[in-house]
Design a protein around this ligand. Structure first.
Ligand SMILES: [Zn+2]
Length: 232
């Protein structure tokens, strides 16, 4: 490959690296990295077509004397059908990292607990480094461990109904909020059922909890739920 980084490429990358804390993620184009060492960046995923992009990153890193660990990187096929299939297949093989005994697809996926764990770093259109909350979904394994999935991974294994259901605590009580499809809202308004159920329009916070981004602006039905393991 005939590409030599410009001084500003090197400077730009250096600024990003300097701002990354340990275990913080950095999304760049179709690549996702995590800082895993003093001078080590780990490639988490990239698309198949980001091959030359990753070569460029590698060149800049070597100038800055940083190492890129890419052996365990997930490569996403360019063909969307093949990508979906490969991801689905991989998701089915995920197991609890604690006991290595229970597959994630066999866990109680209905009761994923959304929480903020650290920050994700990204560079905006102006080239400035920004960060936003990194959300994870905790799933309880029978062994007692909590497995944390990224929102995308959770969507993949749990499907859209579970994805658009949010469990949150208000004091000691656990509540389940489920997004209501528009046609159901109309039906409910027409039939006066609204008076019998608790419906909420979610903003950024709800009863002291930060609302996960995908639930903001949605209209939800709220019911009291039983803690993990018990039937609702
Ligand atoms: Zn386990």
């Amino acid at each position: 490959m005939n590409w030599t980084p410009e001084d500003e490429d090197i400077e730009w990358t250096k600024n990003v690296l300097d701002s990354l804390e340990m275990n913080q993620d950095w999304m760049e184009g179709e690549m996702a990295f995590r800082r895993t060492g003093e001078n080590t960046l780990t490639l988490l995923t990239r698309t198949e077509r980001a091959e030359s992009a990753i070569e460029r990153v590698k060149q800049v890193l070597s100038i800055l004397e940083w190492e890129l660990a890419e052996d365990d990187a997930k490569i996403i096929p360019d063909d969307p059908m093949a990508a979906a299939e490969a991801m689905q297949k991989e998701a089915e093989s995920w197991a609890c990292p604690e006991c290595n005994n229970v597959r994630v697809v066999d866990m109680n996926l209905e009761q994923g607990m959304w929480e903020i764990k650290g920050e994700t770093q990204y560079v905006d259109e102006k080239g400035e480094s920004q960060s936003h909350d990194r959300w994870v979904v905790g799933i309880a394994c029978d062994c007692g461990a909590t497995v944390h999935l990224s929102p995308d991974d959770y969507y993949l294994v749990a499907g859209d109904i579970n994805f658009y259901t949010w469990h949150m605590y208000d004091g000691d009580a656990l509540y389940c909020l489920r997004v209501m499809p528009p046609e159901q809202i109309v039906e409910c308004v027409d039939s006066d059922i609204m008076e019998q159920i608790t419906a909420s329009h979610l903003g950024t916070t709800f009863q002291g909890n930060t609302v996960p981004p995908h639930m903001r602006g949605t209209f939800c039905i709220m019911v009291e739920a039983s803690p993990a393991g018990e039937e609702e």
